[in-house]
Design a protein around this ligand. Structure first.
Ligand code: SF4
Length: 478
């Protein structure tokens, strides 16, 4: 049990397993659930978190001993157990696994919890519904009379499926504070009059998580409208937190929370940087917060300036990801809502390099697996990135119901609408290429991924050699 506070009303929070064909912990924390925990604590509830994705869980000591489970900057592999595949994906040549703590460990952990008055379950990805459904089933076995509220990506994008199949008593779609708070207050039978008006009025309950890393969000939503992205369906407007609040949270993580790595989960961290990101960076420097920062969601190239890049370097950013997506100018405008051009991409890389970032610290996302996208377009985009001296990171397309790219994907696949919508695991990016009428198949994508790995390795090797030669040259007697 990662954390408990005693009070009359008790809430059990569950971050469920991942049921998928692949999973890797890249600062993957249930931030939304931690906000809900704070909300509950403000309502006077005691909170207990059962975190199925806790890689430091005592039940996993055996896994740790085998080595290789902990990578750089607090990331790493999840242990997983093979489970049965659902019928629409039966022919996929990959194993479906339950990633996270063993089922027995979960059962022991919830059996040790005092009977809760409310159970809240989150879902970090739409197609990770299987883990949530399993967790709800297990929790209901022990606490049949306790109401379960389900939130996160799965009920946001597959609301009807969640209502029919999840076993939850209440399902919350979208990221609106008012709706989440309303559902919780409704189930608890309390009025939320004293609550703040939005997420920016509360703080995530990081104390419930046992980890050397943390996720943080400084803004919700995104001003862009990309055809393949569900951001606007989660938050319909773009809201930024006051920079001092963000700095206070970072200070807690650094000084009391014992964290070393912090990942920004923002969709649009650099928008309005003069009044948002730059003041946050200034606070980090002034308060001497020695954290390592990461941007797994990708930054907008357009907003990267030499000043921002220098501030990022000074305050300790260690992995920087840029959103490039594709070198195809038509796709940049059509699907990526004109958020990036090649010129903006080149300028962003130049600013980061001038600030001192090295090739191994910067990567740009290249989208792959979009309906109708040919392998050659992906190769061209990857070459464009590597030519700028940074790594290419393939971002696998995952169809999101409610977006126009989802409709294109459905039309380009052999799934009927009923079949796809009966099984959200069909949306897994790890099943990419499976059951598509044309374009690369799953094995084709795997070989493309290997090509990109080799190209990145060659780039890093060249960059390391150049740096070593430069250092030797600098030290050589004249
Ligand atoms: S810029 Fe990023 S977060 Fe914003 S809509 Fe496009 S893909 Fe989504």
């Amino acid at each position: 049990m990662a954390g408990t506070r005693s009070a009359k009303v008790r809430a059990l929070l569950i971050n469920p397993w991942i049921h998928d064909f692949a999973a890797y912990d890249m600062w993957c924390q249930p931030l939304g659930l931690l906000y809900v925990a704070d909300l509950l604590e403000r309502l006077g509830c005691g909170t207990t978190l059962v975190n199925c994705l806790d890689r430091t869980h005592p039940s996993l000591h055996g896994w740790k001993a085998e080595g290789g489970w902990f990578g750089a900057f607090g990331c790493g592999k999840y242990p997983g157990e093979v489970i049965e595949k659902p019928a629409p994906l039966a022919g996929l040549k990959r194993k479906l696994r339950r990633y996270g703590i063993p089922l027995d460990a979960f059962r022991r952990e919830i059996a040790a919890v005092d009977k809760p008055d409310l159970i809240c379950v989150t879902t970090l990805m739409t197609h990770w519904h299987g883990g949530a459904i399993e967790a709800i089933r297990e929790a209901k076995r022990l606490f049949p009379a306790t109401p379960v509220v389900l939130g996160g990506m799965y009920p946001t994008f597959c609301a009807e499926h969640a209502r029919r199949n999840s076993g939850a008593d209440a399902v919350v779609s979208g990221g609106s504070f008012r709706e989440v708070a309303g559902a919780i207050c409704g189930v608890l039978g309390v009025n939320g009059d004293g609550l703040p008006g939005g997420w920016e009025g509360i703080k995530p309950a990081h104390h419930l998580i046992r980890s050397g890393a943390a996720g943080i969000v400084t803004s919700w939503g995104c001003p862009f409208r990309c055809a393949y992205c569900g951001s606007r369906l989660i938050h319909d407007s773009y809201v930024q937190r006051p920079p001092r609040d963000v700095a206070d949270e970072l200070e807690w993580l650094a000084r009391e929370g014992g964290r070393r790595d912090v990942a920004f989960y923002d969709d649009a961290l650099l928008v309005n940087a003069e009044r948002h990101f730059l003041p946050i960076a200034e606070e980090i420097i002034t308060r001497e917060l020695y954290l390592r920062f990461h941007t797994p969601n990708g930054l907008h190239c357009r907003y990267m300036t030499p000043e921002i890049a220098k501030a990022m370097r000074r305050c300790g950013f260690r992995t920087v990801r840029l959103s490039y997506e594709s070198s195809d100018a038509g796709r940049q405008i059509r699907e990526s809502s004109g958020k990036v051009t090649d010129d903006e991409f080149i300028r962003a890389v130049g600013a980061l390099k001038s600030a001192g970032f090295e090739s191994r610290e910067i990567a740009a996302y290249v989208l792959f697996g979009l309906p109708g996208q040919e392998a050659e377009e992906i190769r061209r985009s990857v070459r464009r990135v590597i030519d700028e001296g940074i790594q290419a990171s393939l971002a696998q397309f995952s169809p999101i119901p409610g977006t126009s790219a989802y409709e294109e994907w459905l039309a380009a696949s052999t799934y009927s609408r009923e079949e796809a919508e009966s099984e959200p695991l069909c949306y897994s990016c790890s099943a990419i290429g499976y059951r598509m009428k044309s374009g690369p198949d799953w094995e084709g994508y795997e070989s493309l991924k290997n090509e990109v790995r080799r190209a990145n390795l060659a780039l890093i090797t060249r960059a390391d050699k150049t740096r070593t030669a430069g250092a030797a040259g600098a030290g050589a007697p004249i």
